[in-house]
Ligand binder design. Structure first.
Ligand code: FES
Ligand code: FES
Length: 156
């Protein structure tokens, strides 16, 4: 049988009550139940970083996180970064630095990048590369991604 659970997720500042199978990932809950499709499903097995979101301010791979496991937590997705019509400074930096091509990896890159700045792991390009290494870009936009993170490493 399947275990059904009631969870409340605080997504981008909004309380969302969901009844779902206990095995549903946070990624599927966001995309399929809440229609927040900015978070991308690349590999669905923890290897590409496309699904990166913040839970309680920390970055997590939402494909490896059970929705039921983050009951009651604050979740931030790419949709929650902008302030109304004003892009988040990291979103603007990605545009200014041409840090994407197809854009598929970009939401995950930006969620990792904003967490990285909070973590303080942006002291050198090498450190940025190291701590962004879980975010794969098939288009190879890496130099521009590092440039964007470097440009925003002093948080506003
Ligand atoms: Fe989660 Fe690839 S979709 S790491
Ligand atoms: Fe295409 Fe990164 S911009 S995968």
């Amino acid at each position: 049988g399947q275990a059904v659970v009631d969870v409340t997720l605080h997504v981008n500042g909004r309380a969302e009550r969901l009844r779902l199978d206990a095995r549903v990932t946070l990624l599927d809950a966001l995309r399929e139940r809440l229609h927040l499709t900015g978070t991308k499903k690349g590999c669905d097995r923890g290897q590409c970083g496309a699904c990166t979101v913040h839970v309680g301010g920390r970055r997590v791979l939402s494909c490896l996180t059970l929705a039921a496991g983050v009951n009651g937590e604050q979740v931030t997705t790419i949709e929650g970064l902008a302030d109304g019509d004003r892009l988040h400074p990291m979103q603007q930096a990605f545009i200014d630095c041409d840090a994407f091509q197809c854009g598929f990896c970009t939401p995950g890159q930006i969620m990792s990048a904003t967490a990285l700045i909070r973590e303080g792991h942006t002291r050198s390009d090498e450190e940025i590369r190291d701590f962004m290494s879980g975010n794969i870009c098939r288009c190879g936009a890496y130099p521009n991604i590092v440039e964007a993170v470097r440009a925003r490493r002093i948080p506003r």
